[in-house]
Design a protein around this ligand. Structure first.
Ligand SMILES: CC(C)(COP(=O)(O)OP(=O)(O)OC[C@H]1O[C@@H](n2cnc3c(N)ncnc32)[C@H](O)[C@@H]1OP(=O)(O)O)[C@@H](O)C(=O)NCCC(=O)NCCS
Length: 185
């Protein structure tokens, strides 16, 4: 994929994603019937820099996108939520999302590092039946050095439920061993 580039999107670019979001996430179409409602949700759920959208482009065509969201912070640490990752069907399994997540993660990590915040963890959720996405997220989070854990919550939406996947930095886990939680936790 010689012409593939990964670019950061700003609020004014987000409307360009709507047709793709409608195609890839048909579930949302029944709730957000008109584009303003959908756009309102997508944008109001976080503006740059708390939500950083990235797109994978081939020449001028957006073929995939993802969003890194500042979920929480404490002291010098930050927890990011990853969501809305997708590529156009015809571009699946070509490692475009792998490049999109790798490149955008490095940019987002360095953005927050300059503000004094170190990424302590990343979490993401997907439908339990979505084996490809589960494999993809687990593989990605391990490849960037995280210790990966998952938790399935049945019947959250759909019978099969949702899987929450957490990637936590190994240095954070080491420090945590010295902490004591109540046994009832
Ligand atoms: C999940 C998704 C984002 C992956 O994007 P992609 O660009 O196809 O992924 P990549 O080509 O970078 O492949 C990443 C991994 O998935 C694996 N993979 C590719 N095709 C696969 C398939 N058909 N079944 C299972 N795993 C597959 C690859 O083997 C690779 O793993 P590896 O490095 O261990 O070999 C993409 O399939 C998608 O847009 N799906 C629809 C939207 C969606 O479900 N998003 C996530 C919901 S939150």
């Amino acid at each position: 994929m010689g012409d593939l580039s990964i670019v950061c999107l700003r609020e004014k670019d987000i409307p360009k994603l709507l047709p793709l979001i409608r195609r890839i996430y048909p579930k949302e179409n029944s709730i957000f019937k008109n584009d303003n409602l959908l756009l309102n949700w997508v944008i109001k759920s976080g503006n740059y820099p708390s939500a950083q959208w990235y797109a994978a482009k081939i020449k001028d065509e957006i073929v995939g996108f993802t969003r890194w969201y500042l979920y929480d912070t404490s002291e010098d640490k930050i927890l990011l939520m990853l969501s809305w990752t997708a590529v156009k069907k015809e571009y699946e399994s070509k490692y475009i999302s792998t490049k999109l997540l790798n490149d955008s993660y490095l940019k987002v990590r360095s953005y927050w590092k300059k503000k004094g915040l170190n990424v302590a963890g990343v979490w993401v959720e997907t439908d339990t039946w979505n084996i490809k996405a589960r494999h993809f997220y687990k593989h990605f989070l391990s490849s960037i050095g995280f210790n990966v854990k998952k938790k399935i919550v049945s019947n959250l939406w759909g019978k099969e439920g949702v899987v929450f996947i957490f990637g936590v930095t190994k240095s954070f886990l080491k420090r945590q061993k010295s902490l004591h939680y109540p046994s009832s936790f």
